[in-house]
Design a protein around this ligand. Structure first.
Ligand SMILES: [Zn+2]
Length: 161
């Protein structure tokens, strides 16, 4: 995301040299720079406690393939809080542990995705309206289902290491 207008006062931004950053969009009326950024998101590979099965979801909108739980970081939230919230909101499961794995950049949507390995007990699944289906798969089945979801597939491999 690169700003052309000030998100606070709406003025057109000018380019101003700022230290090591080079030219940065700058609002002269607010006297502040507006650095470009990527949208912060989490993506969660949800395992059962034995780490033998993986929970994948299919969303009720967009492409209806299996994906991992994912969502945007809300303002003021830590990425760990986002990961626990998204797992709970989308599946109804409570994370018993969260481990940060690594980050991934998704250029199509300008998203910086923070990948987590999450463990959750296989209690009753309660889907949000954004999710059409959630299902536990063996690791081999999950690999197969995620063939076209590159970041989710990579997270699964990274989370298993
Ligand atoms: Zn401004």
């Amino acid at each position: 995301m690169t700003f052309a207008f000030c998100p606070h006062c709406g003025a057109a931004l000018v380019e101003k040299p700022i230290g090591d950053e080079g030219l940065v969009p700058y609002c002269e009326s607010c006297a502040r720079p507006h650095f470009s950024f990527s949208y912060a998101c989490v993506i969660c590979c949800v395992f059962d406690p034995a780490k033998e099965q993986v929970l994948l979801i299919r969303q009720s909108y967009g492409e209806k393939r299996y994906v991992c739980v994912a969502g945007y970081v809300k303002q003021g939230e830590t990425i760990e809080e986002t990961a626990a919230r998204e797992v709970l909101e989308e599946t109804g499961l409570t994370a018993s542990s969260l481990r940060y794995v690594r980050s991934y950049y998704y250029p199509k949507r300008d998203q910086l995705m923070f990948g987590f390995a999450v463990q959750a007990a296989k209690s009753d699944i309660c889907l949000s309206c954004e999710v059409e289906e959630a299902q536990w798969f063996s690791v081999a089945e999950a690999r197969e289902r995620l063939r076209e979801a590159k970041i989710a597939a990579q997270l699964l491999e990274d989370a298993l290491r």
